[in-house]
Design a protein around this ligand. Structure first.
Ligand SMILES: *Cc1c(COP(=O)(O)O)cnc(C)c1O
Length: 468
């Protein structure tokens, strides 16, 4: 309590050089800075009253120092980076809350170049005239997928909306009831459809839809036959659905185009490596589907985007719609997509694109990485106990929900700290680590921890070991 009387007055603090310097450096007004200062004085007062500092005694200068130290921390350290890099130790490769795909260095390089200089975003080098940003990655996308034309919008949800609004406004769209899915809690096909003023005609039942269900529903008002890839769940048992390829005859006979929302379309054939059963985008194009859309930051491993490919007539109509301007992507996204697609064109995606590489990573490599982590602790004193165990990782991002990827895990335990406490400390550090807790144990899955992250992760554990 005796310390309290040394607590400096606000006016005194405001005349302090340190306050004046802050006022010069910060963009905050004097009023705002004074309010923050008052909050910090209150905080210290409360700390003194509640005995946070124990028996320690302070003089006026020491308390002033303490207040400014806290103020600096709030204003300078804590204000940096709300969007921080984290180490994803969950083993979920496409973790939607952690930003889905990590970009390849090629993609990052191209984004960096584009950011630092002027670019050909809407400039045609050949003619010296205005160009279109829609054409920038079109060539790569058509070469890779075999489609006639392509365009890119903000995300796949925007792609679905643009397709429905442009091609089916006030007309009917036939879709199987089993495909009226909700993705990630905020995106429902039926609601997007309503929003776009397309009329939903759902056919079949939740578990079974037959070809004749589609055929019977076609009218003069039918604008599209729509298929939605069931990415985040699987109907098993007594069920039947029509593959999009079975709809092509019907589509041609009635001159109604087919649109498939592939969700996380992949250019890499994971099923050829015995991972899941996802059709590739190329296969879908070869089946003659008129319009296909998919996400840029799911299995493709690029930046957030919605990629739309298909027949030229339809894509041109999409490009011309007013909404294309609303949903358009910026130059960084285009640069990121181009950098990503280059790896596919060079057939280097399995090495260069983190998403593809992490999904394919064999468990021996993961084991070595986990061991190299543990080896760092062999000669140091750490309270943490690490053991290696076999386990499973997930693809994530609502993709291949039934696929378990074999992996190696490091199980972390501590003589005093509970698993939730360890997870919390890891989460709240300067370089946050997000872990999985399973059966009351903290688990680090080395599939999603890159080799470059091993040393930082070691340092984080060493710091925690010294400070808990
Ligand atoms: C993920 C997904 C979407 C939404 O894609 P975003 O790029 O996240 O907007 C739409 N449809 C399906 C089938 C999906 O899996």
């Amino acid at each position: 309590m005796k310390n309290l009387r040394f607590l400096p007055a606000i006016d005194q603090l405001k005349n302090d050089k340190r306050f004046i310097t802050l006022l010069e450096k910060q963009t905050l007004s004097e009023t705002r800075l004074t309010t923050i200062l008052k909050d910090h004085v209150d905080l210290i007062r409360n700390n003194l009253l509640s005995g946070v500092y124990g028996d320690q005694s302070f003089n006026r200068e020491q308390l002033t120092e303490l207040i400014f130290k806290l103020l600096y921390k709030t204003l300078i350290e804590d204000m940096t980076d709300y969007l921080k890099p984290v180490i994803n130790a969950t083993g979920v490769v496409l973790h939607t809350n952690l930003g889905r795909a990590r970009l390849s260095s090629k993609a990052v390089q191209q984004i960096k170049q584009t950011a630092l200089s002027y670019s050909t975003l809407e400039y045609d080098i050949q003619t010296g005239q205005r160009g279109s940003r829609h054409n920038l990655v079109e060539h790569y996308l058509t070469t890779l997928t075999g489609a006639e034309a392509a365009m890119v919008v903000n995300n796949n949800a925007a792609a679905v909306y643009l397709v429905l609004k442009t091609l089916a406004e006030n007309r009917e769209v036939i879709i199987s009831r089993g495909e009226l899915v909700e993705i990630g809690g905020s995106f429902r096909i039926s609601e997007i459809m309503e929003e776009s003023d397309a009329k939903l005609v759902d056919v079949g039942t939740t578990n079974k839809t037959h070809l004749h269900d589609y055929a019977d529903a076609i009218t003069e008002d039918t604008a599209l036959l729509m298929k939605v890839h069931k990415s985040n769940f699987k109907i098993i048992g007594f069920s039947e659905e029509i593959d999009t390829s079975q709809l092509t005859d019907l589509s041609q006979a009635h001159d109604v185009p087919i649109y498939e929302d592939l969700g996380s379309g992949t250019l890499f054939d994971f099923k050829s490596k015995f991972i899941g059963n996802e059709p590739t985008v190329q296969e879908k194009v070869a089946q003659g589907i008129d319009i296909i859309s998919f996400s840029g930051d799911k299995l493709l491993g690029g930046p957030q985007a919605g990629i739309i490919i298909g027949k030229k007539d339809y894509i041109n109509r999409l490009k011309k719609h007013q909404l294309a301007r609303v949903l358009r992507v910026d130059k960084f996204t285009l640069a990121g997509i181009e950098g990503t697609l280059k790896s596919y064109l060079n057939k280097q995606e399995a090495d260069e694109i983190p998403t593809v590489r992490d999904i394919l990573e064999n468990k021996k490599t993961i084991l070595k990485r986990a061991q190299s982590f543990i080896n760092h602790f062999s000669n140091v004193n750490s309270d943490f106990i690490f053991t290696i165990s076999e386990g499973y990782s997930k693809v994530g991002g609502g993709t291949m929900p039934d696929v378990d990827l074999k992996t190696y895990l490091v199980i972390v335990s501590h003589p005093v700290l509970s698993s939730t406490k360890i997870a919390q400390k890891l989460r709240l550090g300067k370089h946050p680590v997000i872990v999985r807790i399973q059966q009351d144990k903290v688990i680090l899955d080395f599939r999603t921890i890159s080799p470059e992250e091993v040393q930082p992760l070691v340092n984080i554990f060493l710091d925690l070991s010294n400070t808990h």
